[in-house]
Design a protein around this ligand. Structure first.
Ligand code: AAT
Length: 292
């Protein structure tokens, strides 16, 4: 009974729990920041779990990594400098590498163990680290952004874990202010923004913070990821003041970028049609997150 109670106690989704059949535990250790576990599942391939929360599975990671990357990068012309916050598995790096205009990919991940584990058990994601444009910074993104040069990045992708544990400060206003400062005028942010079924208040808070800090536009988009609680996850897309960004009509369509569809491996989920569709919101979400 106690074990069952524990399952239903995650503060991000109290009263519900999700199950995947475990074939074999491949790794289980405590890092300086969190519990890190990898298991082989029966249906979804290898699964990365941090502090008891599924971060990705080999089967459905494409839906998350491709969307969080190409929604922002296809919305601006020839992105050059890109920063990834979190994302220690390397999947987002793999996706950014499809963009031949990109010259620099900075990544700031707090936990080296996530990177090491990805290299051992998720070779199709860790391959992202092999791109010569990648510069790895191990440390807290809050600190990293405090010192980032103003206007350095065309795009920042915040691929961080839920705001319990090391990612707590990543949903607070001071952090968004440093993000906005580090992005050039007319540049973009794509921030992991939880589930529209479970996290209305968190999304509302993030939207209002972003409306205050990003003077361009702020939009919510979403995708389907079966192994995330409620089966969907959203993104906040924001632009800084400057040349306007029309997120809903990508100016840099992936299909037109030479070699992008096959770089390292084929694009499995993202295309321009799904980009546009990702911004269509259910009525209750439109109502709750006013006029997105
Ligand atoms: N692409 C996989 C999805 C993730 S991983 C999130 C990463 O963010 C983890 O590797 C974690 O160590 C890192 N992280 C957390 N806090 C910080 C921080 N303060 N600075 C830098 N990196 C950090 C996210 C999946 C979302 C799941 C939604 N339920």
């Amino acid at each position: 009974k106690d074990q069952k109670e524990l399952y239903f106690n995650n503060p991000m989704w109290p009263g519900e729990a999700h199950s995947l059949k475990v074939e074999k535990i491949l790794f289980k250790e405590k890092s300086e920041y969190q519990d890190v576990m990898v298991f082989q599942s029966s249906v979804y391939g290898n699964v990365l779990v941090l502090d008891g929360i599924v971060q990705l599975t080999e089967m459905d990671e494409c839906a998350y990594q491709e969307m969080i990357t190409h929604l922002p990068l296809c919305s601006i012309e020839s992105p050059k400098n890109v920063l990834v916050v979190g994302g220690g598995d390397g999947g987002v790096l793999r996706e950014i590498a499809r963009h031949s205009s990109v010259e620099l990919i900075d990544i700031c991940e707090i936990d080296k163990m996530v990177i090491d584990v990805s290299k051992m058990f998720f070779p199709d994601l860790a391959i992202g680290f092999e791109d010569p444009r990648v510069r790895l910074h191990i440390g807290d993104a809050v600190e990293f952004l405090r010192h980032a040069p103003e206007g350095k990045y065309d795009a920042i992708i915040v691929d961080s874990s839920d705001p319990v544990g090391p990612a707590q400060e990543l949903v607070e206003k001071p952090f968004f202010e440093t993000l906005a400062r580090a992005i050039r005028p007319g540049g973009v942010l794509c921030n992991m923004a939880e589930s529209m079924w479970l996290h209305t208040h968190l999304i509302q808070d993030m939207v209002s913070i972003c409306r205050e800090t990003f003077k361009g536009s702020v939009h919510y988009a979403w995708t389907s990821v079966p192994t995330y609680p409620s089966g969907v996850i959203g993104f906040l897309l924001c632009s800084t003041e400057g040349p306007p960004v029309d997120f809903k009509h990508p100016v840099n369509p992936i299909e037109k970028i030479e070699g992008a569809l096959q770089h390292r491996r084929e694009l499995r989920f993202y295309n321009t049609e799904i980009h546009k569709a990702a911004f269509c919101l259910p009525s209750f979400v439109k109502e709750e997150v006013k006029a997105l």
